[in-house]
Design a protein around this ligand. Structure first.
Ligand code: HEC
Length: 170
């Protein structure tokens, strides 16, 4: 090895050493900031806290004779009953079951609020509108499905929804 070569290797080793030291320094710095900031963020995350509290739920609860066990009452499981899911009034029924077609005039449905489209229909009389909405029918624009597809809804609710559409379109 020439003198020049050994000189080069010496310098090069020093450079490598410095780079290694910088790397270790950065690593230590990252760890120390991580410990103080990241750990705190992770352990105060609401999703983390929620998962901890779910895991801390007791696997079983025991009713004790002679004590207030009302907190152990078994809640009815399963989907809410059909009655509970019914819209409260004609407006809600319209929003839930009719707006899909009548809102924007989809599939040939006369658009609620469109006076020109509803004028002649309203002129038929409400009874016809009710019957058509409840039983469904096929007109020249397309098919109005019975009850707009909400088979479980009572006729009265459909009538209220029709009233609402008519009110919007007068
Ligand atoms: C899948 C789309 C669709 C849904 C959902 C729908 N309709 Fe209709 N409806 C139609 C179409 C299409 C017509 C027009 C049929 C024709 O006259 O050609 C119509 C027409 C009507 C008419 C006019 C009847 C007549 O004699 O002119 C009424 C009233 C009506 N719908 C009420 C309702 C009510 C109330 C609901 C919600 C419970 C509802 N519709 C949901 C598509 C729909």
């Amino acid at each position: 090895m020439s003198k020049q070569d050994s000189h080069f290797f010496n310098n090069f080793s020093v450079v490598l050493g410095i780079l290694a030291a910088v790397t270790i320094g950065l690593f230590v710095f990252a760890r120390s900031t991580g410990v103080s900031h990241q750990l705190e963020q992770v352990t105060t995350d609401p999703r983390y806290l929620e998962s901890v509290s779910t895991r801390l739920q007791p696997v079983a609860r025991v009713a004790v004779a002679g004590q207030d066990n009302s907190a152990l009452k078994i809640e009815a499981a399963g989907p809410p009953s059909a009655a509970a899911a019914l819209p409260a009034d004609g407006t809600a029924a319209y929003e839930a079951g009719c707006v899909a077609c009548h809102g924007a005039g989809i599939a040939g449905a006369p658009k609620a609020g469109d006076k020109a489209a509803w004028g002649p229909r309203i002129a038929q009389g409400k009874d016809t509108l009710y019957t058509h909405a409840i039983n469904g029918y096929t007109g020249k624009n397309g098919m109005m499905p019975a009850k707009g597809g909400q088979a479980s809804w009572p006729d009265d609710l459909i009538k209220q929804a029709v009233d609402h559409i008519v009110d919007l379109s007068k």
